[in-house]
Design a protein around this ligand. Structure first.
Ligand code: NAP
Ligand code: ZN
Length: 348
């Protein structure tokens, strides 16, 4: 067993505390990563707070992991000791269903195995996440970080990046597509960067007036404040909207921004659902859709695309010892635009 140190919540809504546990030894096709940086996603906070009702404790969150390969199993052929590699939201899937065969592991018929917050299939062994010193993962579920990428700016790409890139690709956003991004947080600020790099006409929709000028710097052509009179000026103008908001909000108002046949794609996972008057959909044949994460091959594509276009997250790096301060500030919407924890003190 591999002794590991990390930070765990011991109960719902509890502060994270130093926590020791063990990772299993490497299998033939697995790699051992010494974790260097790990992003703090709002999903980590939802899980710590048990917003979705299935969090196990002790819970070591973290699923935007970048680290250095320390060891590889004898049948590993994609990584060598010393490489910089990364792990995102999932660490396994059934590998044989139609989704896995199509590179859509995130929609695996058996459900993908999450990077933290569950149990190893067929056992009672908890799976702990990236707020820790190391991780053991099958090479299929690790990706290579392109040379020269800043590690902290790269880490959030592993969840926030792929979660926004995948639907932009699926809904064929390209040159000239009018796209809206609702919520300028970890996901939203990367959605703006990716959509812009794909050639879209980007409208940012924020609840924080103070973020409007940032949104333009991030690549949006225009930025408006949700719930304000700005909204009516953009009614019926967008083909596609990505909604990344982490809390309850007015979804119907976002639908009104769509043209005929437009799609509102939900990415946020607030704990309660939403209500939409059907009339707001039917009168212009609009759709509400959802999307989660992205497949492994697509995650590597996204990283390569990010490297070519110079895309990384705007980050505030914090030592892992200050994780509770980072969580408290994220809950207050006080970060521009992603906290990344420096875990190197744990790996030493
Ligand atoms: P985040 O950094 O906290 O960003 C969320 C943004 O939502 C905030 O920056 C804020 O943007 C807006 N917002 C927050 N509270 C609001 C409120 N009460 N009313 C209106 N707007 C509000 O969170 P994140 O890490 O980007 O994650 C966003 C959501 O996506 C979370 O629910 C997370 O669990 C989910 N998620 C889903 C997937 C997936 O695969 N589908 C993957 C990762 C995360 P403004 O200040 O601009 O309004
Ligand atoms: Zn996430």
């Amino acid at each position: 067993m591999i002794p590991t140190v990390g930070y765990a919540a011991l109960a719902a809504r509890g502060d994270l505390q130093p926590y020791r546990f063990e990772r299993r030894e490497l299998d033939d096709t697995e790699v051992l990563l010494a974790i260097l940086r790990c992003g703090l996603c709002h999903s980590d906070v939802h899980m710590v707070d048990d917003d979705w009702g299935f969090s196990p404790y002790p819970l070591v969150p973290g699923h935007e992991i970048v680290g250095r390969v320390r060891a590889v199993g004898p049948r590993v052929d994609r990584f060598r000791a010393g490489d910089i590699a990364a792990i995102g939201c999932m660490i396994d899937s059934c590998r044989v269903c139609r989704h896995c065969e199509a590179g859509l592991e995130q929609y695996c018929d058996l459900g993908p195995t999450s990077t933290f917050g569950g149990y190893e299939p067929g056992s009672q062994r908890p799976i702990h996440g990236g707020f820790s010193s190391c991780y053991v993962v099958d090479q299929r579920f690790a990706v290579s970080v392109p040379n020269g990428m800043d590690l902290a700016a790269a880490a959030p790409l592993l969840c926030a990046g792929i979660t926004t890139y995948s639907p932009l690709r699926h809904w064929k956003v390209g040159r000239g597509t009018p796209v809206g991004v609702v919520g300028i947080g970890g996901l939203g600020h990367l959605a703006i960067k990716f959509a812009r790099a794909m050639g879209a006409e980007v409208l940012a929709i924020t609840s924080s007036a103070a973020k409007r000028s940032d949104a333009i710097k991030l690549g949006a052509h225009e930025a408006i404040v949700s719930g304000s009179s700005d909204m009516s000026g953009f009614a019926g103008r967008l083909d596609f909207v990505l909604d990344t908001v982490s809390a309850d909000h007015d979804i119907a108002a976002m639908l009104d921004l769509l043209r005929t046949d437009g799609t509102l794609c939900m990415l946020g996972l607030p704990k309660s659902g939403f209500k939409v008057p059907p009339m707001r959909l039917e009168t212009k044949r609009k759709s509400i859709a959802g999307s989660i994460m992205g497949g492994m091959a697509e995650t590597q594509d996204m990283l390569n695309f990010a490297a070519v276009h110079g895309i990384g997250a705007d980050v505030e790096v914090m030592p892992i010892e200050r994780i509770n301060e980072a969580i408290a500030r994220l809950k207050r919407n006080d970060v521009r635009y992603r906290f990344v924890l420096d875990t190197s003190s744990l790996s030493a």
